[in-house]
Design a protein around this ligand. Structure first.
Ligand code: NAG
Ligand code: NAG
Ligand code: NAG
Ligand code: NAG
Ligand code: NAG
Ligand code: NAG
Ligand code: NAG
Ligand code: NAG
Ligand code: NAG
Ligand code: NAG
Ligand code: NAG
Length: 520
C-alpha cells in the first residue's frame, strides 16, 4: 500500500530535501506552441536540390518524425528595399494597396504551406517591415511606420491572411511589428542594412494592434494579433505602459517579447507579470532568442553560466542545455505560454566549412548560434548541400513533445539537496481530451494516454541522480516512455526509470543530458 511518507515527516526533513524534487498538483499556465522562424534561410534553401528542401520540411515540421515544431513563424517580407544581403531580403506579395502578387515569395510560402500540410498547430505570420509605401523613408529598414497608413497596413495583413485561408493555410497568429524598438538602420548612409526592420513608436502600437484585430474580425477571420515583440525585457517594460492597457489587451491574443538582454529569471518573472497585469491578463509569449555565450569566459564549459549576446558557433550540448535553461526560466519564472527559438536554419558556421568533419562538431569562435540546423553559406560555389543538426535541434524536441499545445505546466518545487543543484525540472499535465492528449497519441501509435510528462536536465559535466516525488495531494505513477539527448544521443528512447515502493522515481543521468519522461 502506498504510504505518503512526506505527510508523516517533520517539516525540517522536507526542507532539507530528503525526498528530492517535488512535482506538485498546482497547475500554472497552459502551453501554446514551441517553434522557430522561417527568416531568412528559405531564400537559400529554395536553391537547394528539391529532396534536401523537402528534408528540411520533414526535419522541422513533421509532427511524428522530425523536431515536430508546434509553431512555425512565417516571415512576411516587405520586399527587401534597402537591405544588402540577398537571403535577408524577402519578396512581398504587396504591389499597391489592394493589389497583390501571390506568386511572390515562393521561397518562403513553400514552408508556410508545408507547415499547414504537416498540421503544425500554431502558424504565426510576423513582419519586420511593412511595404515601402507605409514607411516614412520608403524603404524596408531604417524607417518608421506612417501613422496615417495603419489602416492600409492592417488591411494588407488581413488580405494576406485571408488569401492563405482560401488556400487551406490557417494562420493562427499575426505579429505586425517584430522588434518595433529597432529600425535596423546601421547609421551609415553609404551602406545597406543587414536586415528588414521598421520602427513603430510606442504611441502607434495600441492603434496598430486594435486596428488590425478589428480588420481581421471584420474579414471573418479568427486569427489573433500578437505584439509587440520588444527586443528585451528592458525595451518591453519601458514601452509597455505607453501602449498596453486592458482595452488594448482585448485586441491582443498574446503579449509577445524577445529576451536579448538575457535578463535574470527573477527579472523576467517581475517584468512579464507586470506586462500581464497591464494588459488585463493577456498571456505572455517568448517569441525570439539566439546567439549567446558565457559572459565570463572561464565559465565557457558551464551550461548554467550567466550568458549574454555573443558570437560563436556551438553545436554541442553546452549550447543545447543553455537553450533548455532559457526555456526553463521562461516557463517557470516568466510563466510564458509559448517559446520560440529565432531561426530554424542558419549558415553562420564561421570559419568551419560544413564539409570538414574535424571542426564540424566543435565550437567555432566566429560563427553564430542562431539556427538549430546549419548549411554551407557557400553552397552555390561548393554545391555542398548536406544539413548539419545541432544539439539544439534535439533539445527543442524534448519540449515540443513534452509540452505539446494544450498541456498545462505543473509547479515543481526544486530540490534543496546540493547534489541535485545542477538539475532543472519541469512538469506538464495532459488534461483528458485535450489537444495535448491527441498529439501524443498520433506519433506513438497505440495510445498510452499519458497523464503528465516531466522534462528534466542534468546540466553539468558529471553523471548525476535526482529523486522525483509527488506532494501530499499527488503520488507519482510508473513512467511509460523515456527519451534522452546527451553528448552521444539524440532524443533516443531509453529504459524508463521505475517507480519505487516509496513513491519516488529516480533518474540516473549521464553528464550533460536532458530527458522527456511520459507518465501513465
Ligand atoms: C541528495 O540527492 C542524492 C541524489 O538524488 C541522493 O542520493 C541523496 O540521498 C540525497 N541526500 C539527502 C540528504 O536526501
Ligand atoms: C510576381 O512575382 C513573381 C516572383 O517574384 C515575379 O516573377 C512576377 O513577375 C510577379 N508578377 C507581377 C505581375 O508582378
Ligand atoms: C512524417 O514522416 C513520416 C515518416 O517519414 C511519414 O510517413 C509521414 O507521411 C510524414 N508526414 C507528413 C504529413 O508528411
Ligand atoms: C520617420 O519618423 C521618425 C519618427 O518620427 C523620425 O525620427 C524620422 O526622422 C522620420 N524619417 C523620415 C525619413 O522622415
Ligand atoms: C487604453 O489605450 C487606448 C489606446 O491608447 C485608449 O484609447 C484607451 O482609452 C485606454 N484605456 C484605458 C482604460 O486606459
Ligand atoms: C500584478 O497584479 C497582482 C494583483 O493585483 C499584484 O499582486 C502583483 O503584485 C502585480 N505584479 C506586478 C509585477 O506588478
Ligand atoms: C566561403 O567563401 C568565402 C569566400 O571565398 C570564404 O572567405 C569563406 O571562408 C567561406 N566560408 C565557408 C564557411 O566555407
Ligand atoms: C571542403 O570544401 C572546400 C570548398 O569546396 C574545399 O576547399 C575543402 O578541401 C573541403 N574540405 C574537406 C575537409 O573536404
Ligand atoms: C578542417 O578544420 C580543422 C580544424 O578547424 C582545420 O585545422 C583544417 O585546416 C580544416 N581543413 C580544411 C580542409 O579546411
Ligand atoms: C535529412 O537530413 C538529415 C540530417 O542531415 C540526414 O541525416 C538524413 O539522411 C536526411 N534525409 C533525407 C531523406 O535526405
Ligand atoms: C564531478 O563530481 C565529483 C564528485 O562529486 C567532483 O569531485 C568533480 O569535481 C565533478 N566534476 C565536474 C567536472 O564537475
Amino acid at each position: 500500500m502506498f504510504v505518503n511518507l512526506l505527510g508523516l515527516l517533520p517539516i525540517s526533513l522536507v526542507l532539507q530535501g530528503v525526498y528530492g524534487l517535488q512535482i506538485t498538483t498546482t497547475t500554472r499556465q497552459s502551453i501554446n506552441g514551441i517553434g522557430a522562424s522561417g527568416a531568412w534561410w528559405v531564400n537559400d534553401v529554395a536553391l537547394f536540390p528539391t529532396e534536401v528542401r523537402q528534408n528540411v520540411s520533414e526535419l522541422l515540421l513533421n509532427q511524428s518524425h522530425g523536431a515536430g515544431l508546434t509553431d512555425y513563424r512565417y516571415n512576411l517580407g516587405g520586399g527587401g528595399v534597402g537591405v544588402g544581403t540577398l537571403d535577408r531580403a524577402p519578396e512581398t506579395p504587396y504591389v499597391s494597396d489592394g493589389v497583390y502578387n501571390w506568386s511572390a515569395d515562393a521561397a518562403g510560402t513553400f514552408f508556410l504551406k508545408e507547415a499547414a500540410r504537416h498540421g503544425v498547430p500554431i502558424i504565426t505570420l510576423f513582419v519586420n517591415s511593412a511595404p515601402t509605401t507605409m514607411t516614412n523613408n520608403s524603404e524596408n529598414c531604417g524607417g518608421t511606420l506612417i501613422t496615417e497608413r495603419i489602416p492600409a497596413y492592417a488591411q494588407y495583413l488581413t488580405d494576406v491572411v485571408s488569401y492563405w485561408a482560401s488556400q487551406g493555410v490557417e494562420i493562427t497568429h499575426v505579429s505586425p511589428m517584430n522588434e518595433p524598438d529597432n529600425n535596423f538602420d546601421d547609421g551609415d548612409p553609404t551602406t545597406l542594412c543587414g536586415q528588414e526592420g521598421m520602427q513603430v513608436v510606442p504611441g502607434q502600437r495600441a492603434e496598430l494592434v486594435m486596428t488590425l484585430a478589428a480588420t481581421l474580425k471584420a474579414a471573418g477571420l479568427s486569427t489573433v494579433v500578437i505584439a509587440d515583440e520588444s527586443s528585451s525585457t528592458g525595451t518591453y517594460i519601458a514601452d509597455a505602459p505607453d501602449w498596453l492597457n486592458e482595452t488594448v489587451g482585448k485586441s491582443l491574443g498574446a503579449n509577445a517579447h524577445h529576451q536579448y538582454g538575457f535578463a535574470s529569471a527573477s527579472r523576467q518573472q517581475q517584468v512579464f507579470e507586470e506586462g500581464r497585469n497591464l494588459s488585463g491578463g493577456v498571456p505572455t509569449w517568448f517569441t525570439e532568442i539566439c546567439c549567446y555565450s558565457a559572459v565570463d569566459e572561464s565559465e565557457a564549459d558551464d551550461p548554467l553560466a550567466t550568458i549574454g549576446w555573443g558570437e560563436q558557433y556551438d553545436p554541442t550540448m553546452i549550447s543545447g542545455l543553455r537553450m533548455a535553461n532559457l526555456i526553463y526560466e521562461s516557463f517557470t519564472y516568466a510563466e510564458d505560454e509559448h517559446w520560440d527559438w529565432w531561426t530554424a536554419l542558419s549558415n553562420g558556421v564561421g570559419s568551419c566549412t560544413p564539409n570538414n568533419s574535424s571542426c564540424w562538431d566543435d565550437i567555432v569562435a566566429d560563427g553564430w548560434d542562431d539556427g538549430i540546423i546549419y548549411y554551407d553559406p557557400n553552397y552555390s560555389d561548393t554545391h555542398y548541400y548536406d544539413l548539419r543538426l545541432t544539439k539544439r535541434f534535439s533539445v527543442l524536441k524534448h519540449f515540443t513533445k513534452g509540452a505539446p499545445v494544450g498541456s498545462v505546466r505543473r509547479a515543481v518545487t526544486p530540490s534543496t539537496n546540493t547534489s541535485e543543484a545542477n538539475w532543472r525540472v519541469l512538469a506538464f499535465d495532459y488534461p483528458a481530451r485535450s489537444k495535448a492528449h491527441e498529439s501524443y497519441c498520433a506519433p506513438y501509435g497505440k495510445c498510452h494516454q499519458p497523464i503528465y510528462s516531466v522534462v528534466a536536465m542534468n546540466a553539468q559535466w558529471n553523471a548525476s541522480t535526482i529523486i522525483l516525488t509527488g506532494d501530499d495531494a499527488f503520488k507519482l505513477t510508473q513512467p511509460t516512455k523515456a527519451y534522452r539527448t546527451s553528448v552521444t544521443e539524440d532524443y533516443q528512447e531509453v529504459d524508463v526509470p521505475l517507480l519505487n515502493e516509496d513513491g519516488t522515481v529516480e533518474i540516473e543521468a549521464p553528464e550533460m543530458s536532458i530527458y522527456t519522461i511520459f507518465f501513465g
